[in-house]
Write a protein that binds this ligand. Structure first.
Ligand SMILES: Cc1cc2nc3c(=O)[nH]c(=O)nc-3n(C[C@H](O)[C@H](O)[C@H](O)COP(=O)(O)O)c2cc1C
Length: 170
């Protein structure tokens, strides 16, 4: 599949089967995160892969992960991220998000479902996973085998704003 075809095939999956994600597939997803770019190559992101029953229960106390069998908690250390000198903007969230997107598209390519989750209680998550103080959870990527019918690849003309609203040329 081309990257565009993969992007069109991806959709948020909010129901999963109990089928375990194969180790090989998980490692490919993590490799996609590993090769992702970060600002000035500062690499402030750290991934916590949660797949034990206890771990998933802890994550579920902070967020709805829809019965996913893997939750990758994408964290970052602000002090390690690049800062733009003009206005002090720190790229932590951007860096974490690029890694998340790389993983999400790779999951689709491997036939897995996923959903990106930001609706979580950070304090509950940090405590539940015993995250070190320097790590801020930014995204959760829930992964697993979808229990939903496949989304229509052509749905975006209905579910997204029009191209001419999205894009302007100057
Ligand atoms: C930054 C971000 C945060 C999101 N947070 C959540 C979330 O907490 N829970 C959830 O069910 N979906 C979440 N989503 C999924 C979006 O709701 C979904 O991507 C959007 O509605 C478009 O649908 P699609 O992914 O099926 O194309 C999030 C997506 C993004 C990009």
């Amino acid at each position: 599949m081309s990257v565009l075809d993969t992007a069109k095939a991806r959709s948020s999956v909010r129901a999963y089967t109990e089928q375990t994600v194969e180790e090989e597939k998980l490692q490919k997803i993590l490799e996609a995160a590993h090769v992702a770019p970060t600002a000035a190559n500062m690499q402030p992101v750290r991934l916590v892969v949660v797949r034990s029953k206890e771990g998933l229960l802890a994550v579920s106390k902070s967020a709805n992960i829809y019965g996913a069998t893997v939750a990758v908690v994408v964290c970052a250390d602000k002090s390690k991220a690049w800062t733009r000198p003009f206005d002090g903007m720190v790229t932590t969230d951007i860096d974490a998000t690029i890694l998340t997107d790389h993983m999400m598209l790779t999951a689709t390519d491997l036939g897995l479902g996923s959903v990106w989750i930001c609706y979580f209680n950070p304090d509950v998550l940090k405590q539940g996973l015993n995250l070190p103080r320097n790590l801020e959870p930014i995204n959760i990527l829930a992964l697993g085998y979808s229990a939903e019918p496949k989304a229509d690849k052509e749905r975006h003309s209905q579910t997204r704003i029009a191209m001419d609203e999205l894009v302007q040329y100057k």
